[in-house]
Design a protein around this ligand. Sequence first.
Ligand SMILES: [Zn+2]
Length: 134
Amino acid sequence: MACLISACSLALLAWLAAPHLRADPFNRSGRVLTVMDSVTGVVRHDFRAPPDASPPFVNPGTGDRTLFLPERCHAVRGSPGLATRTPTFVILNEDLGRDGPTRCPDCGRAVTRHNKSVSDGALAAAFAGAPASE
Ligand SMILES: [Zn+2]
């Protein structure tokens, strides 16, 4: 028992004395981002980006640099003026090195950086649970 306490004490002293031993092996201090894989279309809301990395990020599952920061389209297909709280995620053509405007695959509207596919009022209403128009 005394040996266990001594071992714990030594470990605590080492942790206090050596800041590099306190480095977070799980990168909990990194940015948590929503990313979308450009190959599979899979969206992850819990991606922890390395502190100095920029998109496209390496997909830890494939080792490929295919994770982009997607834009969100809150427009409702076939219902102009309405918004949904569940967005369609879209990677911009310019981020993929492609020419031309980006279109939402769901509603067909143009998607831009910091996308505003619907009005603030329609979006607020969608999150409030009430129908609204633009
Ligand atoms: Zn859309």
